[in-house]
Design a protein around this ligand. Sequence first.
Ligand code: FMN
Length: 354
Amino acid sequence: MNLFTPLELGALRLRNRIVMAPMTRSRSDAAAMPNAHMVEYYRQRASAGLIVSEGIAPSANGLGYCRTPGLYSEAQVAGWRKVTDAVHAEGGCIVAQIMHVGRVASHYNKPEGSETVAPSAITAKAQMYTDQAGMQDMDAPRALTLGEIPAVIEEYRQATRNALQAGFDGVELHCTSGYLPAQFLSTGTNQRSDAYGGPVENRARFVLEVLRAMADVAGADKVGMRICPGNPFNDLADEDPQGTFDYLLDQASQLGLAYLHVIRMPTGPVDNLALAIRYFPGRLIGNESYKLEEAEAAVASGELAAVSFGRSFIGNPDLVARWEHKLPLARFDMNTLYTPGPEGYTSYPTAGHD
Ligand SMILES: Cc1cc2nc3c(=O)[nH]c(=O)nc-3n(C[C@H](O)[C@H](O)[C@H](O)COP(=O)(O)O)c2cc1C
């Protein structure tokens, strides 16, 4: 078994085990619409065994960063259909990463009428970029009322429906990086005293209800989840990430999900890989700074089913072919990671043309 061996993860059929990791690239427009540049970008990278899309908001409230896309309007569904058609025409497989950022947002980056909501009214001590006003403090979020939470879960359900209608092969719940699901899970951001706060059984309730809603619509075998226990990104803190994720994964592992996507963090408080292997053996996609040899060894030993690569895919749309033919990798330009337009996005050539 090696990186080029096909793989079945739930209902997903991967022709190799080199997964493109989700990457926000801020190429959308103000209406959170996918566009022709995005169609071309994903088409170029369709030889990955699986593409996990950039984080896509399930609602306008779920947007937070500049020029990020959504999956809550008919026009957005039609836009994503062009992306999935292009990927499928190349024989690829693509899932939509559903990302609700919760309090990690600036109102400059959100449409009129939307709100920044979170489990508790605690502002993230961090800044983010806006086109209108440069770096800005994060919004002060409004705490969701108990009565409002079902509607937020409903947004994930509808986004999953929309993803399938748009032709995605499945969906991935973004459950790390300090966004809404992580905000519910963590003691530093969740100070609720109702059924969604306090003991871990309550803090994990939101994530488990969201997963069940997504699985209801898609079938659990088309749903994945991405985690990175102990990740402090976006001012996130939890008193006991090991305990939190032990409970969450114990419960989530009973749902029959397609896969768990785990970001390792060797310097963190939790051994994320060991934790993930314990609950999702055989259904793991590993990530974070893997080089080819290490990824090959992890798949050959059976530790990981597949490995995802983020930065390597930016400058190497044909990463799979480059590795297959032992060709060197191209670098990418940091300055055009999040700038509008094709430069530094669809402009990277395939091997032999650079
Ligand atoms: C430009 C950029 C954007 C990213 N956006 C997302 C995102 O939308 N969702 C997500 O889960 N991770 C996101 N990540 C994290 C990557 O998926 C991945 O975990 C990270 O790049 C480490 O993998 P690598 O060492 O192979 O690059 C992003 C990373 C980069 C470099």
